[in-house]
Design a protein around this ligand. Sequence first.
Ligand code: ATP
Ligand code: MG
Length: 290
Amino acid sequence: MVILQIRNVQYQYYDGTHALRDVSLDIRRGEFLAILGPNGSGKTTLLKHFNGLLKPMKGEILLEQKSFKQYSSREIFQKVGIVFQDPNDQLFAPSVWEDVAFGPLNLGLSKDEIAYRVDDALSLVDMNLCANKTVDALSFGQKKRICIAGVLAMKPEILVLDEPTCGLDPAGVTSLMTLLKELNGKHGITIIMATNTVDLVPLYMNRLAIMYHGSILKAGTPEQVFSNIEEIRHACLELPQIAQLMQILRDEDHLPMDRLPLTVGEARKFLISRQHDNHSWPAIGLKYSC
Ligand SMILES: Nc1ncnc2c1ncn2[C@@H]1O[C@H](COP(=O)(O)OP(=O)(O)OP(=O)(O)O)[C@@H](O)[C@H]1O
Ligand SMILES: [Mg+2]
């Protein structure tokens, strides 16, 4: 079940910053995990450990129950693909096709296999019409898709993304998250994504881990983690917006609810069910009707 195991990892940068303090986390095969945390909490540093770009100073990382030390860097890069926050840090070839082909070319694959993988990866991210474009001529969102295609062309088992929705417009966010959900659900790729956007988590992810000051404060399902509001605020985060509204209705307006709805869909279902229930709902209507 567990594909990647982070065991008591510590990491300190050259200037003495303790970026990771005793981090332990199990990543399960096939899950879509969010790493949520405020700026500077250690998300990027942790992600860079997932494919060996940074090496733990203490602790260890196991991939499929084997220590990273038993793999070559190439083997790890093949199994774990990472997409950086800024696509300009990742793209370097003159054309889209060449950029996506770079990884498979380095694996020494045949020309036919490379062509197949590039076409396949570009069609997965819906960018095959841009194959011959120069990278400079792409929009920011398109560049992000090409970065994902470049990683998918390596056929990774785990896809790691650092704030992939940052800088995208609302339609771009939905389209990227739908793509990631599909890669996870239909293609079975384990996905780990660092984000500051709390609202995305209950909509798309199975589980989340909260980072704060270089440690994992809590990990669990969105229901488990968002049920402790104090802990969320302590980590300088907020509940998803809709959950904030529902929390006010519960705690200040005394609308009884067994569990806090976390998405618009859940809130809508709950409110419609209350509407059919004749006690508490009309009282709220009266209080705010003026
Ligand atoms: N190259 C570096 N040298 C020294 N300190 C660094 C370096 N990179 C990051 N840090 C420090 O390590 C800590 C964790 O940084 P990191 O980039 O992992 O946080 P983050 O959670 O990804 O933040 P953000 O949400 O802003 O992307 C911060 O205190 C940061 O200042
Ligand atoms: Mg970061």
